[in-house]
Design a protein around this ligand. Structure first.
Ligand SMILES: [Zn+2]
Length: 497
């Protein structure tokens, strides 16, 4: 959860008496130190037993909290044992030099394949919100074992999707975390910065000093590079401290239309669908009122801004600058649930985690070809009525992916020195068949004055005249309600942060 307050712990433990992390962890595993003395027969035996124990812990993946090095070992072992469907890579290092490991899963795990959408889960951005780390390990195990056992649904998922899993975006924070249900020890990175306030924000006040990318935190820079290197289509960001799926925008601009205090994206219908897909497949999130002292969330979902505004969040950055729809999933009332709850919490979330990935197959995908029949990079692919701050563009393969609910949509494709192409497409529901509809756009070169308009994405820090209204003027009542809501929210944030 992004807010740092809760008046009551949810698990009945005594407030203010957090257990130490080590109490919840298994005894440390023996490791062989490179360059040390040659092992004796006894130490060889101990090493063998330790290795067996390690393998056991890897392949049974017990329900407990794993140290960063144990997660690293698990990912290394899994990738070594399953090279045909997994690929382990690092997107960078934390402030204290820990690798930010990502495991990619799919039948072509090493690289992008045209037509196969890229999906990601990011967990443990707040170091003390720890359930997501363990859920990610169990999800990896589920997918790997499902593939080995030739389970049809897993086979279909891995053949149609490339899934990237970052179990911990903030391993340094995890090392500092206590086991409090609500307090924030370990939330920040090693520089005591909240990573979910450190991204560029399109709504940020332009009069305030903006950070350049190299001034941002190492973990944030790593994610920003990652988003440039892969064309992610759908994502979720796993937190704890509440039970709700919270969708963009997290921030807003005073004066824009914000229905009922919400800050709406042009893809609000899709975000609501995505969020409900998670909450209704979850054992209890959809009930909306599970956590004590939490406001009720209808259907277990909320617009992020409507819950409380935040600036510099990763979710808005994904959507605005990386054309990746990301939902923030708050997965446990307690930020550090007791380990004996882990089996149930995995059961509560397993179906949701899998169903959510399949939503990457909503809408339409395809390639834009230029007049010579070559893939057109950076062509604008826009949908009528959905004016994104940064227009969605084709990637280096000329591909576009557009998550849409079933219906008819008018697309406009714009590319320099080519005629603007407008086509209306009928979009079916893709997730059941593990594929979005495919439609390629073929452009015609024009000899007339270049028609490709130049529309650039605002640089981070620049505050454009963002029009969230989508047509229609807000009533004075709505404006007043918004103004009051904004002030109250700002006051709450001032009080708690
Ligand atoms: Zn959080």
């Amino acid at each position: 959860m992004d807010v740092m307050f809760h008046s009551q712990p949810c698990d009945g433990r005594v407030r203010g008496a957090p257990q130490t992390l080590e109490l919840l962890l298994a005894p440390p595993l023996s490791v062989h130190v490179e360059g040390g003395p040659p092992p004796s027969a006894m130490s060889s035996l101990l090493l063998f037993l330790a290795s067996a124990l390690l393998l056991h812990s890897v392949w049974t993946l017990d329900f407990r909290y794993h140290l960063n090095r144990e997660i690293e070992q698990y990912l290394i072992q899994t990738s070594k044992s399953n090279p045909n469907i997994t690929h382990l890579y690092s997107i960078g290092k934390s402030v204290r030099g820990q690798e930010l490991w990502v495991l990619a899963l799919g039948v072509n795990p090493q690289r992008h394949v045209v037509g196969i959408p890229e999906f990601k889960y990011v967990a443990n951005m707040h170091g003390n919100e720890v359930l997501g780390r363990e859920l990610m390990l169990h999800l990896v195990e589920h997918l790997v074992q499902g593939y080995q056992n030739q389970e049809a649904s897993v086979l279909q998922l891995l053949r149609s999707t490339r899934i990237h899993i970052l179990p911990s975006m903030n391993p340094d924070g995890f090392d500092d975390a206590d086991t409090s249900c609500q307090y924030g020890q370990g939330r920040h990175n090693h520089n005591n910065v909240d990573l979910n306030r450190n991204f560029p924000d399109v709504f940020a006040d332009p009069r305030r000093q903006q950070l350049s990318e190299d001034q941002r935190e190492a973990e944030v820079r790593a994610v920003m590079r990652w988003l440039r290197n892969e064309t992610f289509v759908l994502s979720a960001n796993l937190h704890g401290g509440a039970l709700v799926a919270s969708y963009a925008y997290d921030n807003g601009k005073t004066g824009s239309l914000q229905m009922g205090g919400a800050s709406l994206t042009p893809d609000d219908d899709v975000f609501i669908h995505l969020s409900k897909e998670y909450s209704h497949n979850h054992a209890s999130m959809h009930l909306g009122n599970i956590c004590q002292d939490s406001r009720p969330f209808q259907d277990g979902i909320t617009n992020g801004y409507q819950w409380y505004p935040l600036a510099g969040g990763m979710q808005d950055y994904n959507y605005v600058w990386a054309q990746c729809l990301e939902v923030t999933l708050e997965l446990s009332c307690c930020k550090f649930p007791p380990p004996d709850q882990l089996p149930r919490l995995w059961d509560d979330n397993r179906k949701s985690l899998l169903a959510y990935i399949r939503q990457v197959h909503l809408g339409v995908k395809g390639v834009v070809y230029d007049g010579a029949g070559a893939a057109a990079q950076n062509a604008l692919v826009e949908v009528e009525g959905r004016k994104n701050v940064c227009p969605f563009r084709t990637n280096s393969h000329g591909e576009y992916y557009r998550l849409l609910l079933p219906g008819n949509y008018t697309f406009t494709v714009t590319y320099p020195d080519h005629e603007v192409l407008t086509q209306t497409l009928s979009v079916p529901y893709g997730p059941d068949g593990y594929s979005a509809a495919t439609h390629n756009f073929r452009l015609r070169r024009t000899s007339a004055v270049a028609t490709g308009r130049i529309q650039t994405c605002p640089t981070p820090g620049y505050n454009p005249a963002v029009n969230l209204e989508g047509g229609g003027a807000s009533s004075s009542l709505t404006r007043l309600r918004h103004a009051v809501g904004f002030s109250l929210a700002a006051l709450v944030r001032w009080v708690i942060e």
